[in-house]
Design a protein around this ligand. Sequence first.
Ligand code: ZN
Length: 237
Amino acid sequence: MKFKILKKLIVLCLILIFIINLPIPVKCEESTSKQKVIYLTFDDGPAGKVTDDILTILKKENVPATFFLIGEQIKNQENLVKRIYYEGHSLGLHSMTHKKSNLYRSNKDFLKEMLDTQELIYSTVGIKPNILRFPFGCNNTNYKICDSMIDLLHENNLKIYDWNVDSGDGAHHSAAPSTFIKNSKSEKDRVILLMHCSYISKNSVKALPQIIKYYKDNDYEFKAIDSNTPEEYHIIK
Ligand SMILES: [Zn+2]
């Protein structure tokens, strides 16, 4: 009889030891989840009040962006280029003329326009940007990017950045700001958002605060493109 009680006690003890040693579930923070990144990019500046207004919004919201500049527009707007640079944004190359007929005649013509723009920016703020965006994109109605162009640009230490989300403000600059906001919302881990800061991009200015709010609300980190940012382009065979 006594032995039976002892046996029960031992079993009970073993159960207790087992329960005590059970790991306590701990709620872990999602430390392994990747940080989502948004690169706001503005093409076709510097362009007077619109570019200036965009800079004011970026300053208020305390977020960096990237500006792909047209060389021919820099003259008499040097102070605007300086403002972009001194407020912590990236400067990129977007050709001298922004004309398809000039740019896509040959690789050499394209490269020359980019290097001329680089030189102009250098004489304005003292840095030589080596990030560039193809006017109308790497693959447009007149041109498709090819290996020989990529090699030529890389040999000249230039890096290529298309976009992977389009606000739509280039094709339809006077569309409602709500359309640009809707187009700009993405759930990708890495968003390179195409926007414009040209003279006609007034509705982009109106859309920008809500676009920034969306990405802040969704825990994205805002970054400016620099030469360490992985390139973005696709070759269409
Ligand atoms: Zn452009």
